[in-house]
Ligand binder design. Structure first.
Ligand code: 5GP
Length: 193
């Protein structure tokens, strides 16, 4: 078991058959020493990539991605959720269905902060069905930039996102892949990597 899997076993809570709560150390209260270790591990896994910018989606990806951006010595840009239907031409837009809130959001990135020819590493806390990741990928590609990789802290391997994004040909690195979890017993099973 790696450091993150150990922490999930210790402090993660299986909320239901498909929701894992890690809010005591990852996405509400944050254990900064752990986040630093996560960022170093992403740097190691994407060491051979050219990365000019890290990208994530608000809100819970931001804190993690900030440390990853520091490791690479590049800026972080995060996609913002926008309620406005009158989005002007100064932004790249994608529609993303929220796994946790079950609603659709338009997410936007200003054209000032994403340019043709950039090399983007996308980071997020979780991958479930892959909607957030697909939205971010489509924003990067509509800018004419390149997706260098997708770094996920916790992938739920029993949901389709990881398979879909890998099948599209993207380099996905997940620090923990949960293959099964049981809300009654609280057990979590990880994929051997
Ligand atoms: P997807 O778009 O891949 O279906 O879902 C990814 C997004 O939903 C992530 O940005 C994350 O915030 C949220 N999410 C998905 N599954 C979980 C989960 O089991 N626990 C938590 N805390 N967030 C999740």
């Amino acid at each position: 078991m790696n450091f993150l899997e150990e922490r999930i076993i210790k402090d993660g809570v299986v909320k239901s058959s498909n929701v894992l709560k890690v809010d005591s150390f990852l996405n509400h209260q944050m254990d900064i020493a752990l986040i630093e270790e996560i960022a170093k591990e992403f740097k190691r896994r994407f060491a051979d990539k050219t990365v000019t910018k890290v990208m994530t989606i608000e809100a819970s990806g931001i804190g993690i991605a900030a440390f990853v951006a520091k490791e690479f010595g590049v800026p972080l840009v995060f996609a913002k959720k926008s309620k406005s239907i009158n989005i002007d031409g100064d932004v790249f837009v994608a529609e993303v269905e929220s796994f946790t809130h079950r609603n659709k959001n338009q997410v936007i990135v200003s054209k000032k902060f994403l340019h043709e020819g950039e090399h983007i590493l996308i980071i997020d806390d979780f991958m479930a069905n892959g909607c957030a990741m697909q939205g971010l990928i489509s924003i990067v590609e509509s800018a004419g930039a390149t997706v260098e990789g997708c770094g996920i802290v916790i992938e739920k391997g029993f949901q389709i996102g990881g398979r879909v994004i890998r099948n599209l040909g993207y380099h996905v690195e997940s620090l923990a892949i949960v293959d099964a979890m049981d809300a009654e017993t609280g057990s979590v099973t990880f994929r051997e990597q």
